[in-house]
Unconditional design. Structure first.
Lengths: 460, 67
């Protein structure tokens, strides 16, 4: 039954796309994030829906689209360079089989992010993509939020639609993405044109924001808490009454405390004492190992290069026996620990060149969004007023992602790469408006001069 | 149950959004850029002597046809 509903929905979009092929791009976004083929049980699992959607999106653009104003930007070039470089390291990987498995989805995510900006040629398309991203993630987040309220949850306990810790269905990743999208959710309450500003839209945004904030609580992902803190700090820049905002956030935080489960406190407490938790102390060990590894192999070891690491370290082990708790320090051996940080993931897998490309890709994005924000801030015309807040929300999303990425290996996360695509699309669109406006002003001036001359000639 | 509710709500909203998008002409042609380009073309036409002559000829032709 569920399979049929998913297939009907996909067919519905395919049909609508016959009139506006851009909708096929949105279909791919939907399938890539939600992965309906992995939620279903029977028919849909055997169909290559992702491939069909990609072929439709690309083919539709190639054959039917006007392709007006599409340009190849520096950041697309950086992604292309990263793609080629990843292909090269995969060929020379320490673990060819595992590397090939990861390459299999990374190249698709990168290729789609390179392709995406070509399709984002109008304001409506930029908004449509943002809306599809928000609604697809919302579908997952609403379920997670409700389960957290109604059924508790817990670290690695909360069930998503798909429970294999892959893609966005990994608790910390989902927490990062959900928190990162909050500024964009609020952009829709003021500047949305598909769903115009209305009290219903605001009510949905409030509920969805609440659900997003519940994701780190429900999944007990510690990274999520850091992302919430980062969001709070970033919002300070855009708030007029800062003291009120800080006080309000403090009161809200305190009010939330009694509702948090005990297990949440215990898990968050390990944030302050990394020595007491294996997941946290191995992180530092893996990072040190990565630095040593690239000192020997500066071009990186290909995907999943972390598999060759192994360390022994001393860790406090608590033993509770009746009323007495004894802490003994024992040697623990660990092998093949994942990077737990996108920076070190890129460094270990793609070496210094890969890390530099990845860092420039994101740093350029932050700078570009800042420039667009400053350029369009204060624009009052309806057709332009949306740009500055949109750039700000994308910038906040990217910064929250980078905070989350510091503690988890999500360097090639498809949703985040789509956000990069969206940033590039917005930048190209703004550049096109700028150039059209300057041409228009020049033509206005010329016309005024000629009109003056003509009037002078007639009067003479 | 919760899963079905979340899936239904998300897909319902997406379906409405897509239906609204398919009816919008500005999805494929941006009105702001289109307007700017059209205005620029008009100004250029008015500013060039060839454009003015063409306009005058068209006007004269129309007047001749009227009489």
């Amino acid at each position: 039954m569920l399979d049929l509903v998913f297939l009907a929905f996909i067919f519905f979009i395919l049909l609508l796309g016959l009139k506006r092929p851009f909708l096929w791009v949105l279909l791919y976004v939907y399938i890539d994030i939600l992965a309906p083929q992995r939620i279903g049980y029977s028919l849909i699992t055997s169909l290559p829906v992702s491939l069909i959607a990609f072929a439709a999106a690309f083919g539709g653009w190639l054959v039917l689209d006007r392709k007006e104003g599409g340009r190849f930007s520096v950041r697309q070039g950086l992604m292309l360079a990263l793609l080629v470089y990843c292909w090269w390291t995969t060929g020379h990987a320490d673990f060819p089989e595992e590397a090939a498995t990861k390459w299999d989805w990374v190249w698709k995510a990168l290729l789609f992010a390179i392709f995406l900006p070509f399709t984002l040629t109008t304001r409506a398309r930029i908004e449509a993509l943002a809306l599809m991203l928000v609604l697809t993630v919302a579908t997952i987040v609403i379920g997670t939020g409700m389960k957290t309220i109604l059924g508790g949850g817990g670290y690695q306990n909360l069930k998503f639609f798909v429970n294999d810790n892959s893609g966005i269905y990994e608790s910390s990743t989902l927490a990062t993405v959900a928190i990162g999208l909050i500024p964009m959710i609020w952009w829709f309450t003021r500047h949305g044109t598909v769903f115009r500003p209305h009290w219903l839209v605001t009510a949905f945004a409030v509920a969805l924001t609440f659900a997003c904030l519940l994701v780190p609580v429900g999944t007990e992902a510690r990274t999520g808490l850091l992302c919430i803190a980062a969001l709070g700090v970033l919002l300070l820049r855009y708030t007029k009454r800062r003291i009120m905002f800080i006080a309000g956030a403090g009161v809200l935080g305190l009010a939330a405390l009694p509702f948090l489960p005990q297990s949440y406190y215990e898990r968050m407490a390990t944030l302050a004492e990394p020595g007491g938790d294996e997941s946290a102390s191995t992180r530092v060990a893996v990072w040190e190992w990565t630095l040593d590894y690239v000192a020997e192999k500066p071009t990186g070891g290909g995907f999943d290069a972390y598999r060759s690491n192994s360390f022994t370290y001393v860790m406090p082990v608590k033993q509770v026996d009746g009323n007495t708790t004894t802490v003994t320090y024992q040697q623990v051996e660990d092998k093949g620990r994942a990077f737990h940080s996108s920076f070190f993931e890129l460094l270990g897998e793609q070496g210094w060149p890969g890390l530099i490309i990845w860092l420039s890709l994101h740093a350029l994005g932050l700078w570009q969004m800042e420039r667009i924000y400053r350029r369009w801030k204060g624009a009052e015309a309806e057709a332009e007023a949306w740009i500055a807040p949109f750039a700000a929300s994308l910038q906040m999303g990217a910064l929250i992602y980078l905070v989350g990425a510091t503690f988890q290996g999500i360097g090639y996360q498809p949703v985040m790469l789509m956000l990069v695509g969206l940033q590039i699309g917005l930048a190209s669109y703004c550049a096109r408006i700028d150039s059209a406006q300057s041409l228009h002003q020049r033509s206005e001036r010329r016309r005024a001069v000629i009109d003056d001359k003509l009037r002078g000639a007639v009067a003479a | 149950m919760i899963d079905y509710f979340a899936l239904a709500l998300g897909h319902g909203l997406m379906a409405i959004a897509l239906l609204r998008l398919v009816l919008r002409a500005d999805l494929d042609a941006d009105p702001l850029i289109g307007q700017l380009k059209a205005d620029t073309a008009e100004n250029r036409m008015a500013a060039s002597s060839a454009g003015r002559n063409a306009a005058r000829r068209a006007k004269a032709g129309k007047e001749a046809a009227d009489t």
